[in-house]
Design a protein. Structure first.
Length: 313
């Protein structure tokens, strides 16, 4: 009997010891959680500023910052959650405001009630304008003086033909046209294609502060050789004698060529045939010039060549 009683007492004592250990562990965990919840934390965030109380399709708001700084304080776990989720809003409520300039206090909504906050910017100055829009065709333009002499520009084309202009009604009403300006190098002789910005201007060509549905366009300007003129030196081509024994001059040293500029570019000089046969004294010859391939006209068409034997000089 004594042995059985001792065994039962031992089992009872072990059971009580395990229960006490479990309760102590739970108590320690609870205390740790409470300590964690009671830890305070302060952070500063940048939050997007949202606008309410006004139809942004009908009114234009200017002067609002994109973001505002907010300082948040409170239990660390809740502060971290707010930092990670941004589950709150900073709002500028414009309800009841009309056209003009206003000072609006900012509000914070959605922040946990156990947190406190301080806005770095408590109020903003803004302007409300009635908004309107209009359609304009894009007008491409370029400096025609930049095209090289003898070259011709074709019709300029634009990848964006029409844009929507929006903004303050007074500003939109000032827009006379939307232009795209193609900058050309001096003496342009080849096709040009560039992306250029679009700009709304008034009747005097001054920029107007509005928003365009497209920021840029690609302008393409074809440039090809046209009819032009060019000067070319004359070159004496002698026959039937040694040119070193004669002094040869002409009444002109250059001639003017007219024709396609691409073909004129290949002509560097005009050959003048000179016959030295049986020349023993100063002699003049009238030479008709041959028109090179691709040249439409020469001026003059003939020149006078003077040939003087060096012994007779």
């Amino acid at each position: 009997f004594s042995l059985v009683l001792a065994i039962l007492l031992a089992v009872f004592v072990d059971g009580q010891s395990g229960t006490d250990t479990s309760k102590l562990s739970e108590s320690s965990s609870t205390d740790t959680s409470l300590i964690h919840l009671n830890t305070q934390k302060t952070i500063t965030l940048k939050a997007s500023l949202q606008v309410t109380g006004v139809d942004t399709n009908k009114y234009l708001i200017s002067g609002l910052p994109d973001t505002v700084e907010i300082e948040i304080k409170g239990p660390a776990a809740i502060v971290v959650a707010a930092e990670n989720t941004h589950n709150f809003q900073v709002i500028a409520n414009l309800k009841g405001l009309s056209d003009g300039e206003h000072k609006v206090n900012l509000e914070v909504k959605g922040l946990n009630k156990d947190l406190t906050y301080t806005l770095k910017t408590k109020a903003v100055n803004l302007s409300i304008y009635q908004k309107s829009s209009a359609y304009f065709k894009v007008t491409p333009q370029y400096n025609t003086d930049a095209i090289a002499e003898g070259y011709e520009a074709g019709d300029i084309t634009t990848s964006v033909s029409e844009v929507t202009v929006s903004g303050r009604t007074t500003a939109v009403n000032q827009v006379a046209q939307v232009v795209a300006t193609l900058d050309l190098s001096r003496n342009t002789k080849a096709d040009v294609s560039k992306s250029v910005p679009l700009q709304a201007v008034d009747a005097n060509g001054n920029p107007v502060d509005v928003t365009l549905s497209e920021a840029s366009t690609t302008l393409t300007l074809p440039v090809q050789a046209g009819v032009g003129t060019k000067s070319a030196a004359v070159k004496f081509v002698t026959s039937n004698g040694d040119a070193a024994n004669f002094t040869i001059t002409a009444n002109v040293n250059t001639v003017t060529l007219t024709g396609n500029m691409d073909k004129l570019a290949k002509v560097s000089q005009i050959s003048v045939p000179v016959n030295l046969k049986n020349i023993t004294a100063k002699t003049t010859q009238k030479v008709t010039l041959s028109v090179p391939d691709g040249v439409n006209k020469l001026s003059p068409t003939s020149i006078t060549v003077t040939i003087t034997p060096k012994e007779a000089e």
